[in-house]
Design a protein around this ligand. Structure first.
Ligand SMILES: [Zn+2]
Length: 437
């Protein structure tokens, strides 16, 4: 491509990014409707494109209730590898941008056709899953419900389809099959959201599957506007206030960068010996609230001499697969915490607390003895044992914060260093042995 062409494309992207940001800022409330295109950057193939899943597998054979009742084992030969792939997929820039817009108060809810849980894992809180999800599978015979972790366990333990442990019937994945009705509560909520949206932002959906494809019409009929971010044309394009033909990740990251307040400088302060005592006291309260096996003080405030953001990071080790029950979330709320779910890191439940309007506490609840548990402690113990490294790390943090154009720049500046640090910590000789799990 000639240089001038590239430049023109860049300028057009900047212009559409600004226009998208403007629409989001000015047309509140914003409701987002996402389809497969939002997850392709996470390595999840879509269904309907020329390289999509349905070109290889006939959905009538693998994704209908009729097919499932006729031969559930066959349907699971299709779903088992998909569950494995989806379990490993990570949220991408598009998911993270939408979660950030929600935290900024600029997105009311995300209505999604996707079953992959990636919006939730990125930290979106109000997600309406109109096509179900892999979160639970059901036994159609006795009604038992199996959460994803259980189904993954059954899949890896047995050969073939996961069966109900109570009655032996093959489980049905919680995704909506082609000949099934959509979950009523979800589609009702989606319709209500579409009608109250001043802007419906369609991302990565070609709007071909009904009734979801009709949601933009609901918005338009109620006097709202529609914007589309999608690689391919959709039926609503001629009626849209803006159409962006870019990847969802590019377009949304660009819009968020323009909407993010630029006064979010990062404060890095000298180490305070009082942090250790404050963390120990809070750890006792968190241990009780979460019924944790152990709670450890981690993060930069846990390392003597290391400059830090004045936020206490606590690592809570939970038994089993780091599941948190509603009453435990309630107990954390009584301590002043808000729960953000996995918040971008599968297998971790994230809580935070503000004191006097400032972020002061993070709690990362993970499986006790699991991979995340070991990594956090390895880095902390490595830094404690190597004051020279802690001093270098403090310098990196200080420089990143001083240079700050905001949080993003800070994270970028320190992330490469932290990755290298983690590599060294995990391979360090004399590292404490892994705790028995
Ligand atoms: Zn059963």
């Amino acid at each position: 491509m000639p240089r001038s062409g590239t430049l023109a494309a860049v300028m057009t992207e900047a212009a559409t990014g600004e226009r998208l940001a403007e629409l989001i800022r000015e047309r509140q409330p914003v409701v987002v409707l996402t389809g497969a295109g939002v997850s392709t950057e996470s390595g999840i193939p879509d269904f309907r494109s020329p390289t999509g899943i349905w070109t290889e597998f006939d959905p009538r054979e693998y994704a209908t209730l009729g097919a499932f009742r006729a031969d559930p084992e066959k349907v699971w030969r299709f779903y088992a590898p998909r569950f494995a792939m989806l379990g490993e997929a990570r949220p991408n820039r598009a998911h993270r941008a939408l979660a950030e817009l929600e935290r900024m108060g600029l997105v009311r809810a995300v209505v999604t056709q996707n079953i992959d849980l990636l919006h939730e894992r990125a930290g979106s809180r109000d997600v309406v899953e109109v096509h179900g999800s892999i979160r639970v599978s059901h036994c159609l015979a006795c009604g038992a419900e199996y959460p994803l972790a259980e189904v993954e366990r059954l899949l890896s333990a047995g050969d073939g389809a996961p069966r109900c442990e109570r009655c032996g019937t093959v489980l049905k994945p919680g995704v909506v099959f082609f000949d099934e009705l959509l979950p009523e509560a979800a589609i009702d909520r989606a319709l209500a959201l579409a009608r109250e949206a001043a802007l419906l932002l369609v991302v990565g959906s070609s709007l071909e599957v009904h009734p979801v494809a009709g949601l933009p019409q609901e918005t338009l009929d109620a006097g709202g506007a529609v914007a589309v971010v999608n690689r391919d044309p959709t039926w609503v394009d001629p009626h849209a206030a803006l159409v962006v033909r870019e990847s969802a990740g590019d377009a949304l990251a660009e819009a968020v960068a323009r909407l993010r307040p630029d006064d979010e400088s990062v404060e890095v302060v000298e180490h305070d010996p009082a942090w250790a005592e404050a963390a120990a006291a809070e750890a006792a309260r968190v241990t009780e609230a979460l019924e944790a096996v152990a709670v450890e003080h981690v993060g930069s405030t846990a390392v003597p001499g290391l400059a830090a953001k004045p936020v206490l990071d606590l690592l809570a080790g939970l038994p089993g697969d780091a599941h948190v029950r509603p009453e435990q979330i309630g107990a954390m709320e009584e301590l002043g915490y808000e729960c953000l779910g996995e918040f971008g890191l599968p297998g971790r439940i994230f809580f935070y607390k503000d004191t006097d309007g400032r972020r002061t506490h993070h709690v990362h609840a993970v499986e006790h003895g699991g991979d995340q548990w070991r990594r956090h402690l390895a880095v902390r113990d490595y830094l404690r044992a190597h004051p020279d490294e802690a001093a270098r790390y403090a310098a990196v943090k200080g420089a990143a914060a001083a240079r700050t154009a905001g949080r993003e720049a800070y994270w970028e500046a320190k992330s490469a260093y932290v990755e290298e640090l983690e590599r060294r910590a995990l391979s360090a000789p004399g590292r404490p042995p892994d705790p028995p799990s």
